[in-house]
Design a protein around this ligand. Sequence first.
Ligand code: CA
Length: 245
Amino acid sequence: MHWQAFGRTDRGRVRETNEDACLVRPDLGVFAVADGMGGHAAGEVASRIAIEWIERGMLGAGPELPAARREAILGDAVHAANRAILDYAARDPDKAGMGTTLTAVALSAAEPACVLTHVGDSRGYHLHAGRLRQITTDHTWVQQQIDAGYLTPQQARVHPFSNVLNRALGVQAEVQVDRIRAELEPGDLLLLCSDGLTGMLDDDDLREILDPRRELDELAHRLVDAANQRGGLDNTTVVLIRATA
Ligand code: CA
């Protein structure tokens, strides 16, 4: 399997800084979105550390390796990133309480599959045969309420606690990370995004914009522009990956 990719991150219309970060390394077959949190520029630091450790961890684990091997190495990189963020915060009291989401994907040249690791409320979506499916689960308080039947997804979107995370990198020494696998066919799209996108656009909006016939850079710009037209209340980051034959 081969792939193309394009990423874009944008400050949005309201925030003064961009605490999102992304990784687009088609040569390594590794892509990621991180959305940092914490005052005194801590969010920017946390998301950047996460991205750097994912990149570093995957440098020696190229896409020719089997997906299972890549998944293990990616998992190790996520835990190393978690420790690196905790260490950084321990050295700098200004940065106490910083953390970040992380949604990272590794593609395998050897088989038509990808592996994702995921913590927080950034998301991964898979567009296959015209159907868009969210393949990550948000680690949020409102998602727990949806799962328990107390909130509808529509109520969760506008709930005052919609941003409360149950899990993030840089919060505890051990972090529980979701591992997800997806089969990919040529023409399929993967979208990784921060909640600045999905806070402004629902899944129907995303599906409408994600016309698979368009170039990835155009799709990325259309997504970010649409989020900004709806208010751009948060930083918005998108990474698009297209599987090719
Ligand atoms: Ca955000």
